[in-house]
Structures are given as structure tokens and as C-alpha cells.
Design a protein around this ligand. Structure first.
Ligand SMILES: [Zn+2]
Length: 303
């Protein structure tokens, strides 16, 4: 039986402002929790798939968000740790801060739901051996951050370079090109983390075999339903598919994303078009024989 998992990173809108060097928070402060999450949960229910949500701990200081997450947990979805504050430059920070960020994310979820999360995803897909050490020390069950896509890496480097040339600063960092040497299928983290070893189970973000194009929400919605099916067909021989989405994938051009429009091509798309692309991918994966499970269940199958 081949397995697939869908996860959604709940990066709230202000994180996108930070990436693009925009000041202020705009009008769209809580759109991910207030609009994207209910839509994602309806979407998953209609397709009959479980989801794994990666939660930024600091967002749980808003009581409405806590209620939203409790509802997701009661529907059988997994809640996992996306750090306390979602610092894009986390891997550049001091060891004590790494610990504070990972432990803070765990504690926030534990307080909100009474359950300790087992999964972790780093902001911006960036790991380091120090951060992996902290995950191990804090008893994290699995990681899902490795993203071995040269195309994604090149696009991010070009974007940061162009911002620098225009004198703008981004909160995002490029990360080491070494991560591109990491396995593209589930493995156990070694030393360095991009080599297979005996450590934590790692469930890498999906890339297409050979070409290693990103197989994530952004690329699916930008490709549209037909393009999403083409990308999905390339996964025919994969034993496991790890589809990573963002809350933003469930917001559309009618959702007051005005400030982001010049920077974020996927913010210009209509919501129905985006959902159609995501559904096309999931329906085809199922037709190809994939069964959908949560990431914590997938991690248990990594030997
Ligand atoms: Zn994120």
C-alpha cells in the first residue's frame, strides 16, 4: 500500500509581510485562522482525508485560534509544532534560542489542547545539525522540513538577491545548498542531517522524481488543475507522497490580500481555481493507489 500525507503550515499573513519586507500588518491579520482553516477542514472532509497542521505557538495567544485548533483535533486532524515564533533565520540563532523556540511551540500546543505534539517543521524548511540536536533532546518524534528542490532554492536565492539590489530587506534566509544533497524519500536523520543515519525519522517535503520540482501547494495552484495532474503523475513510482500546503492556499483574490498581490503570484488567483487544483491532485493520487494518513502515522513506518 502506498501512502500519502497532506500537511498545512499555518503561517499567519504577517509572516508573508515579513518575507516581502512589507511594513505593518495590513487589514488581513487573522485570515489564515479565521478563513483558511475552516475552508481547509471542509475541503478535507469532502475528500475524506486527514490533515496535519503545523502550528506557530505564538498564534495561540489569541483565544479564537485555540478554539479553532481544538475543533481540528476533535475532527481527527494532527496538530504539530512549527516553532514558537516562526523566525525564518532560526538556524542562525543561538542554541538557547533554538531550544526556546522548539520547546515553546510544544508547550503552546500542550496548553491549548492537552496533547503533546510529536511532529516538527522548521520555518522556511531550514534545518541545522544544532537544531536537529535540540529536536532529539526535547523528545520530538519526527521532522518534516527537508526540501531538496534546486528549483525552489534557486528561486528563493534570486528573490533575496533582487530584494537586496533594491535595498529592501527580507526576514527570509537562503540556507545552505548542502541540504540539496538530502534524500528525497523518508529517511532517518544522520550527521550531517542531510545524510541518512539513525536519528529522528525525516519526512521530506515532496519533490518530483529526477527533476526535483517542488510538489507543494504553491506549485499546484499556480499550475492549475491540468498542471497539478501532470505533476502528480510523475509520482507514480513513489512509495510515499508528502504534500505540503499553506493556509494561504485556501485564500483567494477576494480575501483582502491587497498588499501581497505585487509580491505573491498565488495571492492573485481565485479561490475556486486554487481549490480545484488541490482537489485534482488529491483525487488523482487516490486513483493512483495512495491511501491518505497523518504525518505522525507516516513517521512510524520509517525504518
Ligand atoms: Zn512556515
Amino acid at each position: 500500500m502506498r501512502l500519502a500525507a497532506i500537511s498545512i503550515d499555518l503561517d499567519e499573513i504577517h509572516h508573508y509581510y515579513a518575507i516581502h519586507g512589507l511594513t505593518g500588518r495590513g487589514r488581513a491579520t487573522d485570515l489564515v485562522y479565521d478563513r483558511a482553516v475552516p475552508r481547509a477542514s471542509d475541503w478535507a472532509q469532502a475528500l475524506g482525508v486527514p490533515l496535519t497542521f503545523f502550528v506557530v505557538g505564538s498564534d495561540l495567544s489569541r483565544p479564537e485560534n485555540v478554539e479553532t485548533l481544538r475543533a481540528l483535533a476533535s475532527q481527527g486532524h494532527e496538530l504539530a509544532n512549527h516553532t514558537l515564533s516562526h523566525h525564518y533565520d532560526l538556524t542562525h540563532r543561538a542554541p538557547r534560542e533554538l531550544e526556546r523556540e522548539v520547546a515553546g511551540g510544544i508547550d503552546a500546543l500542550l496548553r491549548a489542547t492537552g496533547q503533546r505534539p510529536t511532529g516538527f517543521r522548521a520555518p522556511g524548511y531550514l534545518l541545522s545539525d544544532e537544531l536537529v540536536g535540540v529536536l532529539g533532546a526535547l523528545g520530538v518524534g519526527y521532522d518534516s522540513s527537508v526540501f531538496s528542490s534546486p528549483a525552489y532554492y534557486a528561486a528563493k536565492a534570486a528573490k533575496l538577491m533582487s530584494m537586496r539590489l533594491r535595498g529592501k530587506s527580507s526576514r527570509s534566509v537562503r540556507g545552505s545548498a548542502k541540504a540539496l544533497l538530502a534524500p528525497t524519500r523518508p529517511y532517518r536523520l544522520g550527521t550531517p542531517y542531510w545524510k541518512a543515519g539513525r536519528g529522528l525519522p525525516e519526512l521530506p517535503i515532496q519533490v518530483t522524481p529526477g527533476t526535483r520540482l517542488p510538489y507543494i501547494g504553491t506549485s499546484l495552484v499556480l499550475s492549475g488543475p491540468d498542471g497539478a495532474r501532470l505533476l502528480t503523475r510523475t509520482l507514480m513510482l513513489e512509495p510515499f507522497v508528502n504534500l505540503e500546503l499553506h493556509g494561504l492556499d485556501f485564500l483567494g483574490a477576494d480575501d483582502e490580500l491587497d498588499d501581497l498581490l505585487p509580491h505573491q503570484p498565488d495571492a492573485r488567483l481565485g479561490r475556486a481555481h486554487k481549490l480545484a487544483a488541490l482537489s485534482a491532485a488529491v483525487e488523482l493520487l487516490r486513483k493512483m493507489g495512495f491511501a491518505f494518513i497523518r504525518l505522525d502515522e507516516a513517521a512510524r513506518t520509517v525504518s
